[in-house]
Design a protein around this ligand. Sequence first.
Ligand SMILES: Nc1ncnc2c1ncn2[C@@H]1O[C@H](COP(=O)(O)OP(=O)(O)OP(=O)(O)O)[C@@H](O)[C@H]1O
Ligand SMILES: [Mg+2]
Length: 253
Amino acid sequence: MAALLEVKNLGISFGGLRAVDDFEISINKGRLYGLIGPNGAGKTTVFNLLTGVYKPSEGVIKLDSHNITGLKTVEINKAGIARTFQNIRLFKDLSVIDNVKAGLHNHFKYSTIEGILRMPSFFKTEKAMTEKAMELLKVFELDQEAEYLAANLPYGKQRKLEIARALATDPKLLLLDEPAAGMNPNETKELMDTIRFVRDNFDMTILLIEHDMKLVSGICEELTVLNFGRILAQGPTGKVLNDPQVITAYLGE
Ligand SMILES: Nc1ncnc2c1ncn2[C@@H]1O[C@H](COP(=O)(O)OP(=O)(O)OP(=O)(O)O)[C@@H](O)[C@H]1O
Ligand SMILES: [Mg+2]
């Protein structure tokens, strides 16, 4: 069976800098997969390539056997890739629930006329969206804060909300860029449970970038290690973390 995400020979240069070179990865459906490596290794750039923020100089990206190379970010999201950002990006002036609804808009459609005239179908969709958004917020234990402004949530909860909003677009593949950054050990432990829950209960495939080795070794089944834009090691987590080259790259930080 073909992998859900299949990437071959992906590369991009910024001026003279080869930020990502000959990157390849194959992620099966339902996997919890980690992308790790020292600062500046090219991890976020890989996410930006996968989500159409940057067009690759070369390479092929296939999602569910469809070639999505070179598509725009919106099209790639519609094709089934959603992400979170290293620096949290939320609609800070909107409520928690409206942030999730913004993600849902991909799937619940009503025409502008129906919206303006407040016709019955509009109410039906509004109600369905609210219900769906609340369901998602419950998973992340954010339902009590549904009406809070996103900006007023503590940092750890903002990170969770960003994941909820990404899931609201109903992706096949979820990309998380340093989801535990800035979290205390308790929040990180909770987040690990949440990520596992999302994988198991949403039937999700997850690729995450993380520096927290406890999280990485605790939940990732497979890893790719990047160093200076190139793959240093790839395979089952236990094997990769014991690779002398990987240990050297990390000690050398
Ligand atoms: N738009 C850009 N223009 C120029 N250089 C860039 C651009 N985006 C990334 N880079 C460079 O590419 C390299 C890889 O950056 P990237 O952000 O992918 O690293 P990273 O592995 O995510 O690091 P970190 O762990 O610090 O987040 C860095 O040298 C960075 O400065
Ligand atoms: Mg990064």
